[in-house]
Design a protein around this ligand. Structure first.
Ligand SMILES: *Cc1c(COP(=O)(O)O)cnc(C)c1O
Ligand code: SF4
Length: 454
């Protein structure tokens, strides 16, 4: 197959100039011109927080996505730049003291490791419970939690073009080897998929798989066109590159190859879905971002959008309504609104479930049916994805109406269940069953599953 035949309508790439990818990490904070006008205290705070939580931002995000007139309230600034409030006072003070004293790198790193350990680096039992086996051997780059979908973490995709300050995968980025969950071999992935014909969806994730060179993606995905993978109907790729580096799809030197790969997968009969992580409409405000979306859609791949609700970034209905409207306009399908996970800088970002539901509902009211495809607010918790469906009163008791969108046991899915209403709860484990019951319907079975997995 060749690209001229399979991809006839593309606008010549020369319409967009190539951009050099330039990235800054915590050691290069003083090289970022845009922040040098911020108060000195702010810069020091950034440095302190960035020595514990991942920090990485590229020049495109700094110069094209952030509205510097609005800093510190700009949502994209909050999305990528570390803030004082992301660490608890005790943790912040401890790290700040080390920096003030000019402590050496090793001392700072040792303290950072201890602080990270206190931040629930692996929420929802990710390390222990979801890692599948092949001939008794653990497959570290795979997760298989829900029957029909396998998650694959390619080793070359365990970073991102920038980091989100609220990332729940943050533990994978900060260099602690034992916290990483990366795979090395395509061969193991393929064997696992061949043996598991109940799997219909492969979800390639990270980090961000789009930081990989196209030839790596080809190596993982092209073999799936062989007949023994016919049960793999859908190939999803989770990415934030449409936000952080849309040049990946347009002008990078293997952008065309990538577009051709997507086209080949679609033409061979796979459903290809780019699972785009979006938090704010501002991420789609540049010409290059729109062009990347256009090029992907021209391959026949779908783009579905998902992202967490984050305080300081998108915690009001207007932000979500405008996000969903913009997505629909650009041909993107809104998919999930997530609740921020119970990990990392959660204190800074969390939004109570009651408020999350209100934001969701108020935003839904403002969009047409095509914008109402996003489900949520949804918690990706240990037992499954749990959606807050509503708040109501039953026999005089105010309750949350909940349901599983995904469950460790597929039989849990779509069953309504009820929790006592709470103004402040932010996560499933803070909820109590309604109507005086002492357990949720799934709890005993989930406990059994946890024990079974050690
Ligand atoms: C969300 C998720 C999936 C995909 O679930 P869908 O509802 O099919 O989008 C698969 N595995 C894990 C671990 C997930 O969290
Ligand atoms: S793009 Fe995704 S994986 Fe990367 S930092 Fe953001 S949330 Fe984390």
């Amino acid at each position: 197959m060749n690209s001229i035949v399979t991809f006839p309508n593309r606008i010549p790439v020369t319409d967009f100039e190539e951009r050099r990818f330039k990235v800054y990490t915590d050691r290069q904070l003083d090289k970022i011109e845009a922040i040098q006008t911020l108060p000195e205290d702010t810069l020091f705070e950034m440095k302190v927080v960035a020595s514990v939580l991942p920090f990485r931002v590229n020049e495109y995000v700094i110069n094209e996505l952030i509205n510097w007139d609005k800093v510190p309230d700009d949502p994209i600034y909050q999305l990528v730049f570390p803030q004082r409030g992301m660490l608890k006072d005790e943790h912040f003070e401890r790290m700040a003291r080390l920096h003030r004293e000019g402590a050496d790198k090793q001392t700072i790193q040792a303290a950072a490791r201890e602080i990270r350990e206190a931040l629930n680096p692996h929420p929802a039992g990710q390390m222990a419970m979801n890692i599948p086996e092949l001939d008794g051997e653990k497959l570290n780059g795979l997760q298989h939690k829900y029957r029909e979908t396998v998650l694959f973490f390619p080793a070359q995709g365990q970073t991102c073009h920038s980091y989100c300050t609220f990332c729940f995968r943050w533990a994978q980025f900060v260099g602690d080897k034992e916290l990483k969950m990366a795979s090395t071999e395509a061969e193991k992935l393929h064997r696992y998929l061949r043996e598991h014909t109940e799997v219909t969806d492969l979800l390639v994730t990270g980090g961000d798989p789009m930081v990989m060179k196209t030839h790596n993606l080809v190596q993982y995905l092209e073999p799936l066109l062989a007949p023994e993978y016919d049960h793999i109907q859908t190939i999803r790729i989770g990415t934030k590159a449409l936000t952080f580096w849309p040049y990946r799809f347009v002008t990078d030197n293997d952008a065309d190859e990538l577009i051709e790969l997507l086209t080949r997968l679609v033409d061979a009969g796979k459903h290809v879905a780019i699972m785009a992580h979006y938090n704010h409409w501002q991420e789609m405000s540049t010409d290059i971002a729109e062009e990347a979306i256009r090029r992907i859609r021209a391959t026949g791949a779908e783009i579905r959008a998902q992202g967490p609700l984050i305080r300081h970034v998108n915690d009001h209905p207007e932000a979500w309504a405008r996000l969903w409207k913009k997505q629909v306009q650009l041909g993107i399908i809104p998919y999930y609104m997530f609740v921020e996970r119970d990990t990392g800088a959660k204190n800074y970002f969390e939004v109570p479930l009651a408020r999350a539901y209100e934001i969701y509902r108020e935003a839904m009211k403002q969009v047409s049916g095509l914008g109402r495809t996003a489900r949520g607010p949804s918690m990706s918790a240990g037992p499954g994805k749990v959606e807050v469906q509503g708040i109501t009163e039953i026999h005089g008791e105010k309750v949350f109406v909940l349901r599983f969108l995904q469950g460790r046991n597929p039989d849990w899915v779509q069953r309504p269940f009820f929790a006592k209403y709470s103004e402040t709860a932010t996560w499933l484990h803070e909820l109590e069953p309604a109507f005086g019951e002492d357990k949720f319907f799934f709890e005993d079975e989930y406990e059994q599953m946890r024990k079974g997995n050690g």
